[in-house]
Unconditional design. Structure first.
Length: 318
């Protein structure tokens, strides 16, 4: 009898200790979609929990998410483009990993627009000004000979779904969106006129945090990174399971989830490394748009030390 009484009590104590030990963190994301799939998989497939992280994933407007990171109202953000902009403006925040090392974004246009060259003089819907989609939209049109400062108009509309609605209603001529919204729009008769990932390779999404967090909670940061690296490994090796995350977490239809996964899977980084050459492209573009004349070393906007440690612990680096 004594054994039967003590055992449930011991299990309860161990369970309580595990819950108590978990670090509660808040993670800001722009959407529950394929761009943020790494944190979605880490959450729904238990990788955060296994690393002792109790994560709350909060959908926010990109500008709000970045301000929340700066003020420490959220602990982490996946919006690395906005984070870098904030850093260059003096905020004490840094990028710490890259979950997608090329962009899955596409330019999708009205049915009568057949190429990027026809976007001159048109209105492009983005998430928010200064966000990664905004930066990439400018880079794509510039690649095709259009001045993004004078020959197009950019309109901040929030989520991918909001941009699709605006395109359907004729508020915008073109939108930049992630899968599976591009596939959904194509089914409606719109045109995919450019896959940005076919043109550029640079960090698209990842993880950023405050410098105070890096200094005061390095073990938590490392465990966050371990969870995200394990999530990306799952994404790359488990198509069916990942598609189910898109269906249930991102609320995507099965056919759109399948198309989105197949379109974007190769963009996910196996080890979270920040591609230096691509990062330089991003920084050079931001320096020009922000009128920064001084050189910006990568170490100013990114801290890779915790990532290197997480990679070694998971056998991704010697």
């Amino acid at each position: 009898m004594r054994f039967r009484v003590i055992l449930p009590f011991a299990v309860a104590v161990l369970y309580a200790a595990e819950v108590y030990a978990a670090d509660k963190v808040r993670v800001g994301v722009s959407n529950y979609n394929i761009s943020n799939l790494t944190v979605g998989v880490a959450q729904t497939r238990g990788f955060f929990k296994q690393e002792g992280i109790d994560a709350e994933i909060i959908r926010m407007n990109p500008n709000v998410a970045t301000m929340a990171l700066v003020s420490a109202d959220v602990d982490y953000s996946t919006l690395i483009g906005s984070t870098i902009v904030a850093n260059l403006k003096g905020a004490r925040v840094k990028m710490i990993a890259c979950s997608l090392d090329r962009t899955p974004l596409s330019l999708v246009s009205r049915a009568d627009i057949k190429s990027v060259k026809e976007v001159k003089g048109k209105t492009i819907g983005v998430g928010s000004y200064g966000s990664t989609p905004d930066i990439i939209a400018r880079m794509v049109v510039k690649h095709h000979g259009i001045d993004p400062e004078t020959e197009i108009k950019l309109l901040a509309l929030g989520s991918d779904a909001a941009r699709l609605t605006a395109l359907k209603e004729g508020v915008i001529d073109v939108m930049i969106v992630a899968p599976p919204v591009d596939f959904e729009a194509k089914r409606m008769g719109f045109n995919i006129i450019s896959h940005a990932g076919d043109i550029f390779r640079f960090p698209y999404n990842g993880l950023a945090t405050g410098m105070k967090k890096l200094t005061e909670r390095p073990d938590e940061v490392k465990r966050m990174l371990r969870a995200m690296l394990r999530a990306n490994n799952y994404i790359l090796k488990n198509r069916d399971g990942t598609i189910q995350v898109l269906v249930h977490w991102a609320k995507s239809k099965q056919e759109f989830a399948e198309a989105g996964y197949d379109s974007a899977v190769n963009a996910f980084s196996a080890d979270g490394s920040i591609p230096e050459e691509g990062m330089r492209v991003v920084l050079d573009g931001l320096r020009k748009s922000m009128n920064i004349t001084r050189p910006v070393p990568l170490s100013e906007v990114a801290d890779v030390a915790p990532l290197l440690e997480a990679q070694r612990e998971l056998g991704l680096r010697k």
